[in-house]
Write a new protein. Structure first.
Length: 164
């Protein structure tokens, strides 16, 4: 039997940090009429547009790590609010392309500034945004995000219906 280390597990700490960040971003962008999830969509779209891309909903979902159906729902809400435009891709009639409206661009710039300020606060204990500890932390997070997850034995179809 393996020994469980004392204190919180890394998974619990990542979960707590993610929740702390989500709540802080929700509060920071709420005055702009955005939620954290909507911010992720518009900020990502902003960056992609700046590099000359007009992404499809699927491409934006892949970029953000959000489910495609959720991106579609968020995009419809942002379109209703006048923040983004959704148009059919002329090369693929099944695909929907996204672009920020002028209003969406202005709000997104304000939201990005507010979130950058939050990021500075969050990373201050590591020395700030440009500190070596922050870069090392980002490298570690990237390593974890890039590691493939294999389905657990409990989710394996060959074991469905059999006791563990």
């Amino acid at each position: 039997m393996s020994k469980v280390p004392p204190g919180p597990t890394p998974g619990f700490l990542v979960w707590r940090l993610a929740n702390k960040w989500r709540v802080a971003v929700d509060r920071a962008v709420a005055p702009l009429g955005l939620t954290h999830a909507q911010y992720v969509v518009v900020a990502s779209l902003h960056g992609m547009q700046r590099s000359g891309e007009r992404p499809s909903q699927r491409r934006l979902a892949d970029h953000t790590g959000l489910e495609a159906l959720y991106v579609s729902k968020l995009a419809r809400a942002l379109e209703s609010a006048g923040r983004i435009e959704r148009t059919r891709d002329p090369r693929d009639p099944r695909a929907v392309q996204l672009a920020l409206t002028e209003q969406g661009q202005a709000i997104t710039r304000q939201a990005i500034a507010a979130v950058q300020e939050l990021l500075q606060q969050l990373l201050e204990p590591l020395g700030g945004l440009d500190a070596p500890r922050t870069r090392a932390f980002a490298d570690e997070l990237t390593t974890l995000l890039n590691a493939p997850l294999t389905p657990s034995v409990l989710n394996d179809e060959s074991t469905q219906g059999t006791p563990p």
